[in-house]
Write a protein that binds this ligand. Structure first.
Ligand code: PBG
Length: 330
């Protein structure tokens, strides 16, 4: 044996498949996935979304079929987003508090047909407003914090009454988590959870989502006065600390892959259930690379989703949820 050759060989445990599986530090399972779905009006409607190839809007009975599919795949939770008909969009987004809106009908139908699956509902006004902002806009175009938070409390209660299991405020107003928690407690919704979009960044990766809920053409300006600056990480820790102090049960970082450093810091600092959203633009990056013939979809899906878990996530919101679950069952 030549002295300079190593006896300590990290390749030893990588040499066979059984050993690699045995030594895996991180294991991805279907139980780590939350599947975002887009609901639209009508009966028997499936509308493919061009910028999200492979993702469609479904009318309520189609959403129920997806819920059944998800439950059968072992996916524990869905995230719902409505494509509100244009004539129901207003400056104040009042359709958000209509107990018979698309979102509420979808929640009730899912909870009726597939009661074992969790339903997470997004709280923010953008799918309901004519200006595409997440809150109420003043004459100067500024999204006003406190009156928006009041509206979001009513939106959250509307969703909880319809049967939502997890209220997920994605609006980034100050103080809304505490206000929503207090209102849920006051109405006896003690077990309705809050997953706060705690560190949500003003991002270029949301474009296809805005097509999916038809807000891209409506949005005036950008969301930088409420969503975070992507230059900041310390501020994300403050956002998370506040949302936890206000009663959030879990926190989310969004977007996902470009923000894994934030996930890791949040997890290390707070040791709470931490989620990430692999957003529409990230999904589109993978799918367009696959369509261009330069990427292997299955390998990229499993690698990126495992990376979220390695970074500290309890789970991931991903449009690839059903596909990933099928791969994991194969
Ligand atoms: C809106 C909301 C957005 C997303 C989830 N909720 C878009 C935005 O903030 O403009 C984006 C999700 C995605 O891109 O997949 N409150």
């Amino acid at each position: 044996m030549t002295a300079s050759y190593p006896a300590l060989r990290l390749r030893r445990t990588r040499a066979s498949d059984w050993s690699r599986r045995l030594h895996a530090e991180t294991v991805l399972t279907p139980a780590d996935l939350i599947w975002p779905l887009f609901v639209t009006e009508g009966q028997g409607v499936e509308e493919p979304i061009a910028s999200l190839p492979g993702v469609s809007r479904w009318s309520v009975e189609g959403i129920v079929a997806r819920a059944r599919e998800a439950a059968d795949l072992g996916i524990p939770c869905l995230a719902l987003f409505p494509n509100t008909p244009p004539q129901l969009r207003t400056d104040d987004g009042r359709e958000a508090v209509n107990p018979d809106n698309l979102m509420c009908r979808a929640i009730r139908a899912i909870k009726d047909a597939v009661p074992e699956i969790g339903v997470l509902t997004d709280v923010a006004l953008d799918p309901y407003t004519t200006h595409g902002h997440d809150g109420l806009v003043d004459a100067a175009g500024y999204v006003v914090n406190d009156s928006t938070a009041d509206a979001l409390v009513q939106q959250a209660l509307t969703q909880a009454r319809a049967g939502s299991d997890v209220i997920a405020p994605s609006d980034m107003m100050d103080g809304r988590v505490g206000m929503i928690r207090a209102a849920l407690e006051a109405e006896g919704f003690h077990n309705v959870q809050i997953m706060a979009y705690a560190a949500k960044y003003a991002s270029a990766f949301y474009g296809p989502f805005r097509d999916a809920v038809n807000t891209r053409g409506l949005l005036k300006g950008n969301k930088k006065t409420y969503q975070m600056d992507y230059a900041n990480a310390e501020e994300a820790l403050r956002e998370v600390a506040l949302d936890l102090a206000e009663g959030a049960d879990s926190v989310m970082v969004k977007p996902g892959l470009p923000y894994l450093d934030i996930v890791r810091r949040v997890k290390d600092e707070f040791r709470v259930p931490t989620f990430a959203y692999q957003v529409s633009g990230e999904y589109a990056l993978i799918e367009t690379a696959v369509a261009a013939g330069v990427a292997d979809r299955d390998a990229m899906v499993l690698e990126t989703l495992t990376a979220f878990k390695r970074a500290g996530c309890s789970g991931v919101l991903t449009y690839h949820a059903a596909h990933a679950a099928r791969l994991l069952h194969a």
